[in-house]
Design a protein around this ligand. Sequence first.
Ligand SMILES: Cc1ncc(COP(=O)(O)O)c(C=O)c1O
Length: 506
Amino acid sequence: MNAEDFRKYGRKMVDYIADYLENIREREVVHKVTPGYLKKRLPDEAPENPEDFEEVFKDIEKFIMPGVTHWHSPYFHGYFAAGNTYPSILGDMLSDAIGCIGFSWAASPACTELEVITTDWLGKMLALPEEFLHCGPGNGGGVIQSTASETTFLCLLAARNKIVDKIKKENPDIREKDILPRLVGYCTDQGNSSVHRSALLGAVKMHKLESDENLSLRGDTLKEAIERDKNDGLIPFFLCASLGTTGTCAFDNLEEIGPICEAEHIWMHIDAAYAGSAFVCPEYRHYMKGIQYAETFSVNPHKWMLINFDLSVMWIKNSSYLVDAFNVDPIYLRHTNEGKVPDYRHWQIPLGRRFRSLKLWFMLRSYGVSGVQKYIRKHCQLAKEFEKLILDDGRFEITSKTVMGLVCFRLKKGNKLTELLLSEILEDGRIYMIPALCRDVYFLRLAVVAERTTSEDIRFSFEVIKTCADKVLRSSGDFKEDEPVFVDIDLSRKKPTQPSKIKTHK
Ligand SMILES: Cc1ncc(COP(=O)(O)O)c(C=O)c1O
């Protein structure tokens, strides 16, 4: 493809993207394909000779779109919000064009410096303590990672390194291999699965602690666990607190658990992947109380801050815990300005890194802080509107408090009928939702996901749910609620897991 063709197809692609997003309501929100659908339609080998891009373009609608789930449809209510805006897409386009591999400042100074600036902008927007900022008094700062999972894993490794160093300093005769099997981390029973995965990858124990009736991790629970584990010869070293859990958007009590972590030299990481974006609005900041005790904090702007996947931001108070822990510095990566600015390769797992701050910069300048606040508040308002519709109907109940853009609800008649309701909704196909299970209560989650969602869309989704509920309740007769079911959140699944194979979360 030459520059002329690139201009031609670039314009055509931009038009295609704008049409796709503006008319997304007209598409069926979920695909109807079965595994292997694409293999049946595409050749087994790459083309021997170049093809005309016009032909490639035609195949987008023919082959790709039938297998796409339209996450940015206002009728997609699964998981959590997912960012998607024009300035962010333009940022990715430019990043792809520049195509630098920004592992060090010298590798492309703008790539590093814009990241320093924009992560500071964002940190200030969220009212993070200044110790987390590059412009703050210490050694802290923000860095863009791919995902919250990667951040949790990185923090766990840094925490592991920190505690091992401390113990070795205090007991010069002790060997690392005798320390590692004794390390134990903590998270709430509501923590994201990525926390357990980090522990598996980091080869340490992770104890799930029971949350209270508001699904929040409390100080006494943590204190008891630490005492118990210390008596068993274990060494508590890491805690992943959640602000906005995946299941119900619950918040751990940082004011209680933070001081305990500090006293016990436990690294507190805060996973605020979804809910953290709401802290741009002062009225939500009370959920962050106690953040000053955290070593690290992470938010996914690619979830709820208008940025396309992938862009997750992690802030650390003392970056030397990363830089010193994972520093391998071959001569070919060194440069004369080392130490004056971050060399972000030390702050992450891969060596190479994209110029992702461009999309953050483009979005922040296009929306401004007020635009981001307006978007967050609109999503929260739409969730409240949906909650009211659900409560006014009388046949449903809210299963956990609606605090942001997520509503958790179910049929009052219980688990089985709620599960049938979901099957009916998915069969209907006009909207998409996923279930969750918490303490044997099976419920549905309606997340406000798309930027363009309106009150009318929410009323439409409610009408679909209502019609499906009518059908399920009509055919249920004198149905009796029986055993609890176990259903996990799984992106690949359109239908809930079959009931009856009972497994509880306790
Ligand atoms: C609270 C929370 N933490 C972590 C994650 C994982 O996010 P990521 O895909 O960025 O790893 C999610 C995903 O929804 C989440 O809700």
